[in-house]
Ligand binder design. Structure first.
Ligand code: NAD
Ligand code: MG
Length: 482
């Protein structure tokens, strides 16, 4: 252990102003829900209630879709791309100006460390709007096909792991292409989406272009089922993704689904091992492991397995787990009691299956939802902890001998969202990347994101891409009108 202790370095929450209750953002203003049961969102690090939020009913969703349709036909689809771009630039600038406020609110509502909200979520959210602002007047030159046109009203349902960032991934390309939006944030993390409503007003975005409705699965389902929706964009669990695909089969609705993952982070014996350890930490302990593309399976070449095990555990013992508002914190709170229970259940399964469990042994706060960084070794491919998404700070270690075996094991899950390769051989990186059935493959790094780089999955990780030129394709129709 280090002889030095970190003094507390708490971020102030004075910069945010949380209302005691929130309505729905429809047609450019906050309105009361027509019924529904209001619910509370809590700070998962303290269990303190932050605010009461409305549950949008089917009628509220209908009102939001109509507002989006009106804004689409009267204003947004008629506006020039250059003018739409100005609004997106404005939103990006406001997000930058209010970054601290958003980062603090995200950390309070989600439980992620403030240094991640501040240095990852917020800069990337703003970058997404800047990037798509640039495309708004250049769609004719994006090789999307002849005469690209918007689809209409887009329904968007997002998860709780990157609340504002997932909102940005959804709203920025939709608006750049001339669509209007009805978006539902996750029930445990609605506050930054509700604050984004304020940004829309500050940017003078025409009313109804962005509508935000809160609620849980039933509200999401009402969006999915609404006949006035032209396209759905969903990020979340594979189970709900499959249900959405079934619900819209036979309709003319389009959909993109960004679902779960079980990424392999593959460490060869020629890799710079300390850098690989940092890559593993970033791959699975970033954001408490609540990351769809998390490197939740380490595949390590057998002859360095013992050394890697030793260095990894030594490093994990230095991770600071605790108060997310402390600027020194590395691993924050698990987002909800429900998610904590899911993680505990999967970890119990791993032990019952005979894998060897280790955790960092760090102290945990008494209130709130917490889980220690955990490593399973002696994991075999048939173990559930090698196949199923845990979505927490838990990594499974498997070994391999040859590159071909690494590929076979890496591809042996129902998922295919991402993968990582650690080796000094460029030719091996290229060969492996070609063989891996994963939408994103990182080499000698992990969890790097850029709005210009398309992101999405193979197999049960979903379909469609977000980001880059490819991400625009999901938001336009091209060719003959009909
Ligand atoms: P979820 O799929 O239930 O929730 C994601 C979003 O979908 C939320 O906004 C939720 O309200 C909404 N939703 C739920 N049921 C719906 C329905 N029938 N129709 C429309 N929308 C609906 O995910 P969860 O329960 O929060 O998490 C469960 C598991 O999902 C996690 O353990 C993790 O494995 C996975 N997950 C993946 C991601 C990802 O980024 N791919 C994000 C969150 C969770
Ligand atoms: Mg919350």
């Amino acid at each position: 252990m280090s002889p030095f202790e970190y003094a507390p370095a708490p971020e102030s929450r004075a910069v945010v102003d949380i209302a005691s209750s929130y309505g729905l953002f429809i047609g450019g203003e906050f309105v009361e829900a027509t019924g529904g049961t209001p619910f509370k969102t809590v700070n998962p690090a303290t269990e303190e209630v932050l605010a009461e939020v409305s549950e949008a009913t089917d009628d509220d969703v209908d009102t939001a879709v109509r507002a989006a349709r009106t804004a689409y036909t009267r204003v947004w689809s008629r506006m020039s791309g250059a003018d739409r771009g100005k609004y997106l630039f404005r939103i990006a600038r406001i997000l930058q100006e209010r970054a601290r406020e958003f980062a603090v609110l995200e950390t309070l509502d989600n439980g992620k460390p403030i240094k991640e909200a501040r240095d990852v979520d917020l800069p990337l959210a703003a970058a997404h709007f800047f990037y798509h602002a640039g495309w708004a007047d250049k769609l004719d030159h994006a090789s999307l096909g002849p005469d690209p046109r918007p689809l209409g009203v887009v329904g968007q349902v997002i998860p709780w792991n990157f609340p504002l960032l997932m909102l940005s991934w959804k709203i920025a390309p939709a608006l750049a292409c001339g669509n209007t939006v009805v978006l539902k944030p996750a029930e445990t993390t609605p506050l930054t989406a509700l604050l984004f409503a304020d940004v829309c007003r500050q940017a003078d975005l025409p009313p109804g272009v962005v509508n935000i409705v809160t609620g849980a699965g039933a509200t999401g389902q009402a969006i999915v089922d609404h006949p006035g929706i032209d396209k759905l964009a969903f990020t979340g669990s594979t189970a709900v993704g499959k249900m959405i695909a079934r619900s819209i089969a036979g309709t003319r609705k389009k959909a993109t689904l960004e679902l779960g993952g079980k990424a392999a982070n593959i460490i060869f014996d020629d890799a710079p091992i300390d850098q690989a350890v940092e890559g593993i930490v970033n791959g699975i302990f970033f954001n408490q492991g609540h990351v769809c593309c998390a490197g939740s399976r380490i595949l390590v070449q057998e002859n360095i397995a013992e050394e890697l095990d030793h260095r990894l555990k030594r490093r994990l013992a230095t991770l600071r787990v605790g108060d997310p508002m402390d600027k020194n914190t590395d691993v924050g709170a698990i987002n909800s009691r429900k998610q904590l229970e899911r993680i505990e259940e999967m970890v119990a399964v791993g032990e019952a299956e005979g894998a060897e469990r280790w955790d960092s042994g760090c102290d945990l706060p008494t209130n709130g939802f917490w889980f220690r960084p955990t490593v399973f070794s002696g994991v075999s491919q048939t173990h559930r902890i090698a196949q199923e998404e845990i979505f927490g700070p838990v990594v499974s270690v498997l070994t391999f001998r040859t590159p071909a075996e690494a590929v076979a094991k890496a591809n042996n899950t129902p998922y295919g969202l991402s993968a990582g390769i650690w080796t000094e051989k460029g030719s091996r990186i290229l060969w492996m990347a070609d063989q891996l059935r994963a939408g994103v493959v990182w080499a000698n790094t992990f969890n790097k994101f850029d709005p210009s780089s398309p992101f999405g999955g193979y197999k049960e990780s979903g379909y469609g891409r977000e980001g880059g030129r490819h991400g625009l394709e999901a938001y336009v129709t091209t060719g003959g009108r009909g």
